[in-house]
Design a protein around this ligand. Structure first.
Ligand SMILES: C[S@@+](CC[C@H](N)C(=O)[O-])C[C@H]1O[C@@H](n2cnc3c(N)ncnc32)[C@H](O)[C@@H]1O
Length: 255
């Protein structure tokens, strides 16, 4: 695809295999096209590796952080489980919301919690809200441990941000979907990989091997889940699509 932006003429020309189109620059369509390119270039330039939350690195696109915050405030979960801890910034963020709402706690699972990250998380002001578990997120013993920490009437939200191969995400979906509360979500993050197969830091295999594919396959065999972007709580625009690293990520349990 070839995109030509003319700021003088306030227009955008799109040339693709299907033909050529001129779009006004100040339209939702132009914004969405430019945003999707911005997200791909930003991912390659490691924009998501430039943020912290209350002192800990958080490897997320800020747009996704805003959207998940909206979901957490609306849902008010008792337990937020995240696979993939890394430096702990996302766990600190969820814990921050739990403290502010005076409800909820956080369980983080990682195959390797590096000693300096564990120390920093355990010494953090928000550590009382966080339980760290080291191990493979799909290990049945790890899942059993997590299940033993959840009460029957808890509202449970699960965010999958560990190994993003389709195979691993499918195994996580299979393992964790049973503990999702109706109305809550299991979130298969980082499906952006699907659109990164041709960027310099991407891999050709990602076009099929990605979390979005896992979510689609999972939803097809689990009719009690639907892939559904959470509705925006506040919207005084005509826009309606997330700018995101998590396309097709939100699997809502409908019953
Ligand atoms: C993208 S990082 C997580 C980023 C973090 N959620 C954040 O927002 O800052 C992915 C993490 O997944 C962990 N990981 C990879 N494979 C895993 C597995 N099989 N089980 C659990 N964690 C895994 C890695 O060790 C790494 O720390």
């Amino acid at each position: 695809m070839r995109i030509v932006i003319d700021t003088e003429m306030k227009s955008l020309k799109v040339e693709s295999q299907t033909g050529e189109r001129d779009i006004d620059l100040f339209t939702n369509e132009a914004f969405e096209l430019i945003s999707s390119l911005w997200v791909r270039i930003g991912w390659n330039q490691k924009y998501q590796y430039t943020f912290t939350w209350l002192g800990r690195p958080i490897i997320q696109l800020p747009e996704d952080v805003m959207r998940v915050q909206e979901v957490i405030y609306h849902l008010k979960p008792n337990v937020i489980i995240e696979t993939g801890i890394a430096h702990g910034g996302s766990l600190i963020l969820w814990a921050c919301l739990c403290k502010a709402m005076n409800k909820g706690r956080v369980i983080g699972v990682d195959i390797e919690i590096r000693p300096h990250n564990r120390k920093a998380i355990e010494e953090h002001e928000l550590s009382p809200w966080i339980t760290l578990i080291e191990g493979d997120s799909t290990d049945s013993a790890i899942l059993e441990r997590i299940v033993s920490m959840i009460n029957a009437d808890d509202i449970v939200l699960v965010i999958l941000d560990s190994n993003h191969t389709k195979h691993h995400v499918l195994a996580e979906l299979d393992a964790y979907h049973k503990i999702i509360t109706p109305g809550s979500y299991i979130v298969a993050t980082d499906g952006i990989m699907q659109g990164l197969y041709d960027v310099p830091r991407g891999q050709p295999a990602w076009i099929n091997d990605n979390p979005t594919e896992a979510a689609i396959e999972f939803a097809q065999s689990h009719p009690d889940f639907v892939i559904e972007q959470p509705s925006w709580v506040f919207n005084e625009s005509d826009l309606n699509k997330n700018i995101t690293h998590w396309p097709g990520a939100w699997l809502r349990k409908i019953r």
